[in-house]
Design a protein around this ligand. Structure first.
Ligand code: RFL
Ligand code: PHB
Length: 388
């Protein structure tokens, strides 16, 4: 098989890139390791910046978003006892949208066939070959070996995929921070306890009250990395959530059977080597942020906005300037989102190595934030997303 751009991975980065290229008449094929059903049922992000929703509107893949996206004009930070409302619309003139990554992915997949975007599901043994010469992607399907020759390969296969590993380790250009805790999350069909998100740093640790719709809630609490899902029967988690959110929320924490429960470790990571020959990395393949700032999916979207611009300029005018500039352009936005996610993680979590002094520092920062419009503006500006 031959195509112009072979895309590895059908997460938000790969699917959005595929649609942006198809909208410009560029041929591409997506190769995905998992089944369609698996990809469509993965529960992840929930908060979209306008950078991301603008792309969906531009592509006209916005029926679900328009019908069920919730416009959020503010969110809350709390010290366990009091909430500080960050009025993002008053401070920035913008808003964010609550619309699940699961739904975004489902909408992009549903729109693919009509737009000539081919997705190969259940591709085994995916390899990226001859990246500095005539690149190709190899894979097996139902035991048969296949190969796609392409002008370029877009590595959109997340942190654990083969694309990141196909870039030769270039010392000094990988930056990483692991956090000594994870987030235990639950999704349930119960009304949210508050109309807006609440991020709380209580004496017992971080907790987040989020949602997917007026009838579906998403909650998280900070847990040590040693914790296992089996240690958390649903009632234990609901007891904990009720304890942490009853003093902050405007409504009771309603319990219901879990649609999904999982533990995700927290990590910051940047590979500054976003290009190797004709391979370009985008999304989680190039960087990871802790979920505290809700930036991961949105960074995947901004990466592919830059990358699709560069590929379109190449195919329409033979101009390689954009492709050469892609890593630097993307990294300027990535590092600022890394900084924001890291600083909000530090402010809102209990770190095992911290003592009473560090706790007082967190409390003082939250107290300062409560009275400072300047600081609230800085947080709001980053939360809604920096401009492209
Ligand atoms: P993905 O979504 O990981 O997709 C990569 C795809 O590549 C496939 N793949 C392969 N395909 C072919 N061959 C191989 N060998 C392959 N290996 C892997 C995978 O199956 C998959 O389909 O990366 P992408 O597209 O870069 O998207 C990134 C986002 O998914 C991620 O950043 C966000 O989910 C992060 N995130 C959040 N981001 C936000 O912007 N707002 C949020 O509110 C938010 N909350 C979250 C989050 C991530 C979380 N977890 C579970 C990590 C909350 C959580 C709990
Ligand atoms: C979510 O709803 O899953 C969510 C919201 C905000 C975050 C992270 C996750 O910062």
């Amino acid at each position: 098989m031959k195509t112009q751009v072979a895309i590895v991975g059908a997460g938000p980065a790969g699917l959005l890139l595929g649609h942006l290229l198809r909208a410009a008449g560029i041929d591409c094929i997506i190769v995905e390791r998992q089944t369609q059903a698996y990809v469509e049922s993965r529960i992840r992000a929930g908060v979209l910046e306008t950078v991301t929703t603008d792309l969906l509107h531009r592509l006209g893949i916005d029926k679900g978003l328009n019908a069920s996206g919730l416009l959020e004009e503010g969110f809350n930070l709390a010290d366990g006892a009091h909430t500080i409302r960050i009025d993002i619309t008053a401070l920035t003139g913008k808003h964010v949208t609550v619309y699940g990554q699961t739904e975004v992915t489902r909408d992009l997949i549903a729109a693919a066939p009509a737009r000539g975007l081919e997705i190969v599901w259940e591709a085994g043994a995916v390899t990226l070959d001859d990246l500095t010469g005539s690149p190709s992607v190899g894979y097996t399907r139902d035991g048969v070996a296949h190969r796609i020759e392409a002008d370029f390969i877009a590595g959109c296969d997340g942190f654990h995929g083969p694309s990141r590993k196909a870039v030769p380790f270039d010392q000094g250009r990988h930056y990483e921070r692991e956090y000594p805790f994870g987030w235990l999350g639950i999704l349930a069909d119960v009304p949210p306890c508050h109309p807006e998100l609440i991020y709380s740093n209580s004496d017992d640790g971080f907790a987040l009250a989020s949602m997917r719709s007026p009838t579906r809630s998403r909650y998280y609490i900070q847990v040590p990395l040693s914790e296992r899902l089996e240690d958390w029967p649903e009632d234990r988690l609901w007891d904990e959530l009720e304890r942490r959110f009853a003093p902050l929320a405007s409504r009771p924490v309603v319990r219901g059977p879990a649609i999904e429960m999982s533990i995700a470790p927290l990590r910051s990571f940047v590979s500054e080597s976003m290009r190797h020959g004709r391979l370009f990395l985008a999304g989680d393949a190039a960087h990871i942020v802790p979920p505290t700032g809700a930036k991961g999916l949105n960074l995947a979207a901004s990466d592919v906005a830059y990358l699709s611009d560069a590929l379109i300029a190449f195919y329409s005018a033979g101009d390689e300037t954009g492709l050469n500039a892609y890593p630097a352009r993307a990294l300027a936005r990535i590092w600022k989102a890394e900084r924001f996610s890291w600083s909000l993680t530090k402010l809102m979590h209990r770190f095992p190595e911290d003592g009473p002094f560090e706790r007082r520092m967190q409390m003082a920062e939250l107290d300062y934030l409560a009275g400072s419009r300047a600081m609230q503006t800085a947080i709001a500006e980053n939360y809604v997303g920096l401009p492209l």
